[in-house]
Design a protein around this ligand. Structure first.
Ligand code: ASN
Length: 318
């Protein structure tokens, strides 16, 4: 079935009914951005502007879900910079220094393998609502995300009633918080490596999946091997957010970088601040805006939630 997925079209190729549908998705995206940013601002977060080019960006490695075909690097002013893969490094530095609670709507450029076009869940440029809190733990993040999500869906059902009806999504459910927490090791033991697909089909409420081995900045308990990190999965859909409590101790970060062969010279700001005790314990997460709106609208491909779709393998004029 997945092979038959219809890929999103550029704006100039849409038929009249497709234009109406795109306009409904646009209204829902606007309301989603308004509701989420309003929640964070109301809760006292600082809203940071994003950057597109930095020497240091997310390694996206090791991550079992990563499928990056190409990393974009370019020289400016005799320095090598990379396009933003995520603003995790900026979040850690920003949250440890000036901004105790911060969020950023940032471009994430991840040139995914072209075959990922047919998953319907991958695009090569997306917008992430990334946030970070100093001295927070996983539970704090769970409660915050549950609150933002319930507020969003409650509001959408009133403010975007007509658009949800036009998209046949009037049955969109307001989730019940707190969400269940499932451990990835239990899911693997029960369902094997196909656990992601199985869990999406089985759940009827959003769930937290915890303890997933991935990048050096996610907290790992060296004594037990457990990771204090999480993904949020939506029913019949999949992952819309991921995050963690963060590493902040120099020795651990150094050891993980060695183990994973991450280039330390690309993260010297993290290593330096950690060594000087200036990297603070923080926790946070990032939500993919096209993914959450894809869930809400029920589109076949999340590129439909973008005015200018970024489907892997498909480059249009705009
Ligand atoms: N936003 C994620 C986080 O906060 C990082 C990522 O996008 N890879 O952990």
């Amino acid at each position: 079935m997945q092979e038959l997925i219809l890929l999103p079209k550029p704006l100039d190729q849409l038929t009249d009914p497709e234009i109406k549908r795109k306009a409904c998705i646009g209204k829902i995206m606007t309301y989603t951005l308004k509701s989420l940013t309003n929640t964070y601002v109301t809760k006292g977060f600082e809203w940071l502007l994003p950057v597109a080019l930095s020497q240091s960006t997310d390694p996206l490695w090791p991550d079992p879900g990563a499928s990056i075909e190409k990393r974009i690097e370019v020289n400016i002013y005799d320095k090598l910079v990379r396009t933003t893969a995520s603003m995790i490094v900026h979040k850690l530095v920003g949250c440890s220094t000036v901004y105790e609670k911060l969020f950023i709507l940032s471009p994430n450029i991840r040139i995914e393998k072209a075959e990922r076009a047919k998953t319907g869940k991958h695009i090569y440029e997306f917008t992430q609502l990334d946030f970070e809190i100093r001295n927070a733990n996983s539970k704090d993040i769970f409660r915050l995300v549950e609150d933002t999500l319930c507020t969003l869906i409650k509001g959408l059902k009133v403010e975007c009633k007509a658009e949800l009806a036009a998209l046949h999504r009037s049955d969109l459910k307001i989730p019940k918080a707190p969400f269940k927490v499932l451990d990835r090791t239990d899911l693997e033991a029960k369902h094997g490596i196909e656990w992601e697909a199985r869990i999406c089909r089985e759940i009827t409420e959003p769930v937290w999946i915890v303890n997933i081995p991935r990048e050096f900045y996610d907290y790992e308990d060296f004594a037990t091997g457990r990771w204090d990190n999480y993904d949020l999965f939506m029913p019949q859909y999949g992952e819309v957010l991921s995050g963690s409590r963060r590493e902040f101790e120099y020795e651990k970060i150094y050891e993980k970088m060695e183990r994973e062969q991450v280039r330390k010279e690309n993260y010297s700001i993290i290593l330096k601040m950690a060594k000087e005790g200036r990297l603070k314990p923080t926790a946070g997460a990032g939500m993919g805006m096209e993914r959450i709106v894809g869930y809400i609208t029920g589109v076949e491909h999340i590129g439909e939630c973008q005015p200018f779709p970024r489907v892997p393998g498909n480059v249009h004029e705009l």
